[in-house]
Design a protein around this ligand. Structure first.
Ligand code: NAD
Length: 480
């Protein structure tokens, strides 16, 4: 492919404040909107990771010597740049990821929220101090780890780096990002704006690539911690590899989120919330509802979910999925469920071959059984399975039978039932009358079971534990 014909220039690594490409293998960045290449990216090697580590180590000396207040202050201009460039950033997110422009703007908006939280860290990260009776002073404070790295997936190319880097660098670390090779342009925009904002060279670096880079980040003796977001299979692998190299690791994996609908759920409200959450970002969200568990008679809610979901029109207010492979995988899931006896009540496969891009319409599959593949595996598309049960205990059992533990919700007007679900479901994030039970940078984000390997969460206060170590000091100023 001739790079000159591409809409955007080739994406390069960002190391020590400079964009430079090294490595021989260059791949195209394909837009899911039309299947055409819009840019290209080089796949780096372990030696590029070495270079990034050297740059980050060098920057760490002066960056970690700044006070946390000074570091937070250096992010203020970056936040302003994000606000000023929201439209351009959103357009590029859409080009490479396919999501609608409103969804892409939302991604930038949430990133700004993450920066705002990082700027508040000086108020949160306070040390502890106590003086003993004999005059000994005991002090505990948080210190940065050194060089840390994050590996991210394709679905939020701009937001997910902000889940980790803003807190990690504000806490004094220097950072290496490994973006998804499917969507490397948005992470490069982060580097451009950090540079413009005056963040010192080497504090934030990007190494593009795939498995070789991931392995090198996990193995590198000078990288102190690795965070990962992606599928459970790779999360497991990264967690095992990084921890066997004796480093901290937090690896967030895939999900299978259940929505329990009780017969007393408010039909209009529940249906709007569920259909929107299943269709936004074409269902490619780790919090998207995937299985609706209808307890007793929920006919009205199901009918309205179908009506509302049908209003998401591919190419208008519903974006494509990331690749033709992803589309084929989703289509196969639907076909297999049908063969296994489930009933397709809204078929997103219809007419999709006639439009350009990796589109698949909203799909609702009724009469799914818990043993079916579609009920157990992550689909990651705008597809909702419906399982029918007689009571809330059976619904909770299905939620807890999943190997994933990211999120679940219950729609009911009965506070006793809501309490029963909250108390008994084994998911790390749970909502009552809300499908996406995590909205805010202030709170910790992270799942359980196969959805998260390692301690801590990736955002909020829990991330402070991830990105720092405790320094304990005992001082005795007593005289003879
Ligand atoms: P993925 O696991 O394929 O890729 C994630 C990252 O790992 C990418 O940077 C990729 O280059 C790298 N990678 C892929 N295969 C690898 C291998 N064999 N060895 C080493 N590295 C490898 O995930 P994806 O398809 O990019 O993203 C979708 C997945 O991410 C879904 O499972 C979704 O649930 C998950 N996700 C989870 C969360 C969460 O918070 N739990 C958030 C967003 C996305």
């Amino acid at each position: 492919m001739n790079a000159k014909k591409m809409k955007f220039k080739k994406v390069e690594n960002y190391i020590a404040g400079k964009f430079n490409y090294s490595g021989n293998k260059v791949i195209d960045v394909i837009s899911p909107l039309n299947g055409r290449p819009v840019s290209s990216v080089g796949l780096s090697s372990a030696s590029d990771v070495d270079k990034a580590v050297v740059a980050a180590q060098k920057a760490f000396v002066s960056w970690s010597a700044l006070s946390i207040k000074e570091r937070a202050k250096k992010l203020y201009p970056y936040k302003v740049l994000l606000e000023n460039h929201m439209e351009d950033l959103a357009k590029q997110i859409r080009e490479e990821n396919g999501k609608t422009i409103e969804e892409a703007r939302g991604e930038v908006g949430k990133s700004i929220d993450m920066v705002r939280y990082a700027c508040s860290l000086p108020h949160i990260v306070r040390g502890k101090f106590i003086r003993e009776e004999d005059g000994t002073e005991y002090r505990v404070e948080r210190r940065p780890l050194g060089v840390v790295a994050s590996i991210i997936p394709f679905n939020f190319p701009f937001l997910l780096p902000h889940y980790s880097f803003v807190n990690a660098i504000t806490l004094g670390n220097c950072f290496i990002l490994k973006p998804s090779k499917q969507v490397p342009m948005s992470p490069a925009n982060i580097a451009l704006l950090l540079k413009e904002a005056g963040i010192p060279d080497g504090v934030f670096n990007i190494v593009n690539g795939d498995k070789e880079v991931v392995d090198a980040l996990c193995d590198h003796p000078q990288i102190e911690a690795v965070s990962f977001i992606g599928s459970s299979k790779v999360a497991r692998y990264v967690y095992r590899r990084a921890t066997s190299a004796y480093k901290r690791c937090l690896a967030l994996g895939g999900s299978k989120n259940h929505i329990i609908v009780m017969p007393d759920a408010q039909p209009k409200y529940a249906a709007e919330n569920i259909s929107k959450s299943m269709c936004e970002c074409a269902g490619q969200r780790c919090l998207a509802p995937s299985v609706l568990i209808a307890v007793g008679n929920c006919k009205k809610v199901i009918e309205l979910v179908k009506v509302n979901a049908a209003k998401f029109i591919p190419g208008k207010n519903l974006g494509p999925v990331i690749s033709s492979d992803a589309k084929n995988r989703i289509v196969k899931f639907i076909g297999d469920a049908e063969k296994a006896g489930a009933k397709i009540i809204l078929d997103g496969r219809k007419g999709m071959d006639r439009i350009e891009g990796n589109y698949i319409g909203p799909t609702i599959i009724d009469k799914v059984l818990p043993v079916m593949e579609i009920a157990k595996e992550e689909v990651f598309g705008p597809v909702l399975s419906i399982i029918h049960v007689d009571d809330v205990e059976s619904a909770i059992k299905i939620v807890n039978g999943s190997s994933y533990g990211n999120a679940s919700s219950v729609f009911t007007q009965n506070s006793f039932i809501a309490g029963q679900v909250l108390e008994n479901v084994d998911t790390a994030m749970t909502g009552v009358n809300i499908c996406i039970p995590s909205q805010n940078s202030l709170y910790s984000f992270g799942g359980s079971k196969q959805s998260k390997f390692g301690a801590c969460d990736i955002t909020g206060e829990s991330s402070i534990e991830l990105w720092t170590r405790l320094k304990k000091t005992y001082i005795n100023f007593q005289k003879d």
